[in-house]
Design a protein around this ligand. Structure first.
Ligand code: GLY
Length: 253
């Protein structure tokens, strides 16, 4: 069960977030509204939420998930790949020290963004992507092993981050989409296959027994509910415009 969440408010510079989509620029005021509702949803799930102030110099900084990995035993500050996101890690050590006695770090030349890391019990799947390199994964696996946690690498072909296309919903249930439908390492899970038209919803988030899903993906919602979960729908259209999903918006631990 998760007890805490940390989020970062989006700033007006969100309109300049990195994107591969053709959905247009985010509308800042709408992004703020959606972010407020996201925080309310976390609080309704009984998480104590810390809201960090916007980092205006960093357009993608609302995607706080990428800058740290929060495990049950330690927190790990990551090493974002792109120059425009690198400064997002500044100050995170101090923030996480409020919750953790041990804070580890991924060090250059390694790169690792925690959107590429999926926790499934004591095991962590690590996507090797344009953002996370092999050195980053190796450093993470070495750190995890100090805490009797394990990690393994999953090479990505197309997706931005591992969790862009796969989400662990606990109880051996996993949402999989696109290139991850054929991933051998996920075959032992009860895979819930997300159709291509709804692949954005493969980034849904289990929190304390319920599942946050993005609004507008009815087939995915049906499948998750059929698997026994109560779902909570959230509109994150403005974050989708800059390639971000529900999980990207918080650290949960
Ligand atoms: N816009 C989110 C990212 O590219 O990291």
């Amino acid at each position: 069960m998760f007890r805490y969440a940390i989020v970062r408010s989006p700033g007006p510079s969100i309109i300049d977030g990195i994107t591969s989509s053709s959905l247009g620029k985010p509308v800042y005021t709408l992004a703020l509204e959606q972010h407020t509702k996201y925080v309310e949803a976390l609080e309704n799930l009984r998480l104590e939420v810390q809201i960090l102030p916007e980092k205006e110099l960093f357009p993608d900084s609302a995607f706080l998930e990428d800058v740290a990995l929060c495990t049950p035993s330690c927190a790990i500050i990551t090493q974002p790949a792109l120059f425009s996101r690198r400064g997002e890690i500044e100050g995170m050590k101090e923030v996480l020290a409020e919750y953790y006695s041990t804070i580890e770090e991924i060090l250059p030349p390694a790169t690792l963004e925690a959107g590429d890391v999926m926790m499934a019990g004591n095991h962590f799947f690590i996507g090797i992507s344009n953002r996370t390199n092999t050195e980053g994964a190796d450093q993470l696996i070495k750190i995890l092993s100090k805490y009797k946690l394990t990690g393994s690498k999953i090479p990505l072909e197309k997706m931005l981050h591992l969790k862009s296309g796969v989400s662990y919903l606990e109880n051996n249930n996993m949402l999989v989409s696109g290139e991850f439908i054929k991933t051998k390492e996920f075959e032992s899970y009860n895979r819930i296959i997300i159709a291509d038209e709804e692949c954005y919803a493969a980034n849904s988030v289990w929190i304390n027994g319920k599942v946050l899903i993005p609004e507008g993906f009815p087939d995915t919602r049906k499948k998750i509910e059929k698997a026994g979960y109560e779902t909570i729908l959230l509109n994150v259209s403005e974050f989708r415009k800059i390639d971000g999903g529900l999980s990207c918006l918080s650290l949960r631990f």
